[in-house]
Design a protein. Structure first.
Length: 364
């Protein structure tokens, strides 16, 4: 929101209240003010004319000319004496998402007829929290297939099932960059396999796949040292001669089963693990978390807003295969187009750089 400063002076003028001393705002005779809700307005009354013929303190009311008296003081503070240096009245207009401000009028607390209307306005809703519930998503998708009217219980269950299947398909495509998280798992001497069963406190239960990993030596908390680990595949890991050999881990292998595990090679030695201070040596990794299922119809989805259009289009395409096969081809094209736009918006937009590519194993 913005901060706007108005210069207030006082001089003779004729308004709907007759002729006499009137407020001039930025040189304009008692204009109608339009104050945007959420903005801050500073009325600078340091000009000496604000003290000619008495003190002309500007204020606000819910009644014209404050008659009958109904001063509005929410967000209004005055400092100094009008006509002296630093004198001003600050008005923080209440934003829409709280109470909003009513129609107001500015006036002089000591002299009648000096002001005019102060109209509070709201150019937008000021809300950026659109997050449709599952039933709204389903209804939108059905409408896109051309099906309108009341849904049967089976159709609703079928649509929710299709939505969850689509989320799984997104996981296969890697369409969940917003779900990247960081995990920090204490290293245990001689332990090769790490999973939720072995450490339910630190190992994530929503792991889909590991993106990057590093070993952290945090024994000196003022200067932790991170060493990148190399990701290898099943073939390369299976060929390691002694999977329980101890040392400083340098490689890791992700076993992507129903409950994923991560294997380190070599296993941590006593010099890179600690039972007394587990946080001193950690296996840290960025991972993609699984997209949460669509649960109750009143739930909201586990999707960021930039993917809403393709989520609606995708579900419409899935439903069309069951209920409107004649529209499937058209809806599929629309879905893929929306998905490409969302993926383009989802990329990290980093600077381009070139680095050598190294392969370890057969890529499985």
């Amino acid at each position: 929101m913005a901060t706007i400063t108005y210069t207030v002076t006082v001089a003779s003028g004729t308004t709907q209240y007759g002729t006499g001393n009137r407020f001039y705002i930025n040189g304009e005779l008692a204009p109608v003010l339009y104050l945007q809700e959420g903005n801050t307005y500073i009325f600078d009354q340091s000009d000496s004319s604000n003290a000619v013929g008495g003190v002309h303190q500007i204020a606000f009311s819910t009644n014209p000319n404050n008659d009958p008296a109904a001063a509005y003081t929410t967000g209004v503070t005055s400092t100094g004496t009008p006509g002296s240096s630093g004198a001003q009245t600050t008005f923080n207009v209440a934003p829409v998402r709280t109470t909003g401000a009513p129609l107001l009028f500015y006036y002089c607390t000591n002299h009648s007829g000096m002001g005019n209307t102060a109209q509070t306005i709201s150019p937008t809703s000021e809300v950026t929290e659109f997050n449709p519930q599952i039933d709204d998503i389903i209804e939108e998708a059905f409408e896109r297939t051309g099906m309108r009217g009341t849904r049967t219980g089976y159709q609703l269950r079928s649509a929710r099932r299709s939505l969850n299947i689509m989320f799984q398909e997104w996981g296969n495509r890697g369409v969940h960059l917003w779900k990247v998280k960081l995990a920090k798992v204490p290293l245990v001497e001689g332990q090769a396999e790490y999973n939720f069963a072995s450490d339910s406190t630190n190992f994530p239960d929503d792991l889909d796949t590991v993106l990057e990993a590093y070993y952290r030596n945090n024994s000196d908390t003022t200067a932790p040292v991170d060493i990148a680990l190399t990701k290898i595949d099943r073939s390369a890991y299976s060929q390691t001669p002694n999977k329980l050999a101890k040392g400083t881990p340098s490689q890791y292998y992700v076993e992507r089963k129903l409950n994923p595990s991560v294997f380190l090679y070599t296993t941590p030695s006593s010099s890179v693990s600690s039972t007394t201070t587990p946080s001193s040596f950690q296996f840290c990794f960025y991972y993609l978390a699984k997209i949460q299922d669509a649960g109750a119809y009143t739930n909201t989805s586990d999707i960021v807003n930039r993917f809403y259009p393709c989520m609606m289009s995708g579900l419409a395409y899935y439903l069309s295969q069951k209920y409107s096969p004649d529209r499937s081809q058209e809806l599929e094209r629309r879905y893929e187009s929306e998905l490409l736009r969302a993926l383009d918006a989802d990329n990290q937009g980093t600077s381009t750089f070139i680095s050598p590519q190294t392969f370890y194993g057969d890529g499985v």
